[in-house]
Design a protein around this ligand. Structure first.
Ligand SMILES: Cc1cc2nc3c(=O)[nH]c(=O)nc-3n(C[C@H](O)[C@H](O)[C@H](O)COP(=O)(O)OP(=O)(O)OC[C@H]3O[C@@H](n4cnc5c(N)ncnc54)[C@H](O)[C@@H]3O)c2cc1C
Length: 364
């Protein structure tokens, strides 16, 4: 067996590794150097060494929220691949779950559900790694990881030190944190607080409550909540399936636009002028002084239907918010579709859609 060459960080690495093999879009050119770091120490060594040499670093988890340029990445890709977890009792029916960043997120959620721990069940079926979940404050079906996070251990890239930051120090917001799209830190492990009692968190999401046959705010057995979430997600092409091109995506490509209350009447007037006064516009409170509109609804009402345009890239046939690779696309094809949709919504309604994934070496 030929062994891989060791880099200055003492870790085996490969060169010219196609990143299309490491993203759920199956897009992205080669990484100049690729390191699979199997422990927190290896991750820290690889990133510190690259930083000391001012070499570009791309921290890679499951590649499910990344759009990588066709030209690839001209530095070191550090794949976070540390594994392991432990559970400590906090008393009073609560536990602390500590998980290494490289663990597969949904496998961890599945294990907590099997152990009767409540909290993560509504986040079932989301691809990617545990370490990435605080990065964009992963959320679905009325739950965000911010509600369950205790703290993260991370490598602070400015100082080279390993620090623990509490949930309040991470700048968590709707699909964002102070870590997203920055070079600040690498998450090494994450701690969550869960409930030990076999019940889910209160079900907040209308569609999920309906499928479960309960009123909003009720709790259900955790395994029922997970099964219902997975069923809903599969129907929308939001559970990875190599055979289904609708899942060759980054999930939602655009975030739901947040509109300050003082701008809302103007935006709603523009929407009414286009779709008619009588058509109800989906809108939700999004914190003090802000409302959230549905990006999927706006895209559809701007004239883009599921499956558009359907050649090398297309909107998913199950969900307008997912931009998908039909098999032989390039990143440039995908970005062209993203620009078409973004510009169409802007022209129709004056609303600017923002991309949810992290764009590497490319832009909209
Ligand atoms: C089918 C599908 C459905 C999806 N559904 C949802 C959903 O319901 N809700 C939701 O919120 N998201 C969803 N996503 C998006 C994605 O799964 C999440 O954002 C996920 O957390 C990304 O994890 P990852 O390990 O794949 O990150 P990657 O794509 O590898 O990386 C994403 C970003 O995080 C950074 N990063 C990754 N790991 C670390 C780390 N350890 N430390 C510091 N930075 C790091 C990367 O550098 C990059 O900037 C979906 C994606 C797909 C493909």
């Amino acid at each position: 067996m030929t062994s891989l060459p060791l880099g200055a960080d003492g870790i085996a690495s490969r060169t010219a590794v196609p990143l299309s093999g490491h993203t759920t879009l199956r897009l992205g050119g080669p990484a100049a150097r690729f390191v699979a770091a199997g422990s927190a120490e290896e991750i820290a060594a690889a990133v510190r060494t690259a930083d000391a040499g001012s070499e570009p670093v791309l921290v890679l988890g499951g590649g499910s929220n990344l759009v990588v340029a066709d030209a690839g990445f001209p530095g070191t890709v550090v794949q976070v691949a540390n594994t392991g977890s432990k559970i400590d009792s906090l008393g009073d029916g609560r536990v602390a779950l500590t998980v290494e960043a490289g663990e597969d997120w949904d496998a961890v959620v599945c294990r907590t559900v099997e152990a009767g721990l409540g909290g993560l069940e509504c986040l079932s079926g989301i691809p990617g790694s545990v370490g990435a979940t605080p990065v964009q404050n992963v959320g679905a079906y009325g739950v965000e990881v911010a509600q369950l996070l205790i703290s993260v251990d991370l490598l602070d890239r400015a100082s080279g030190e390993i620090r623990t930051l509490g949930v309040d120090e991470l700048g968590l917001g709707y699909r964002t944190s102070m870590l997203k799209g920055t070079e600040r830190a690498v998450v090494l492990r994450v701690r969550f607080e869960l409930a030990d009692g076999g019940l889910s968190a209160p079900i907040r999401y209308t569609e999920l409550a309906r499928v479960l046959g309960v009123r909003q705010g009720k709790q259900v057995p955790v395994d029922l909540a997970r099964a219902a979430v997975l069923e809903l997600r599969r129907g929308k092409g939001m559970v990875l399936d190599p055979a289904d091109h609708d899942t060759w995506s980054v999930g939602s490509f655009f975030t739901n636009p947040q509109v300050p209350d003082h701008e809302l009447p103007g935006v709603l007037a523009r929407i009414a002028a286009r779709v008619g006064e009588d058509v109800p516009v989906p809108q939700y409170p999004a914190g003090v002084g802000t409302s959230k509109l549905s990006a999927a609804w706006l895209i559809e009402r701007a004239g883009f239907s599921k499956g558009h345009p359907g050649h090398r890239v297309a909107l998913s046939t199950k969900h307008t918010l997912a931009l998908t690779n039909r098999g032989d696309a390039s990143t440039e094809d995908l970005l062209a579709l993203a620009r078409e949709v973004r510009d169409g919504v802007r022209v129709a309604f004056g609303v600017d859609l923002q991309p949810e994934p992290v764009l590497v070496g490319c832009s909209l």
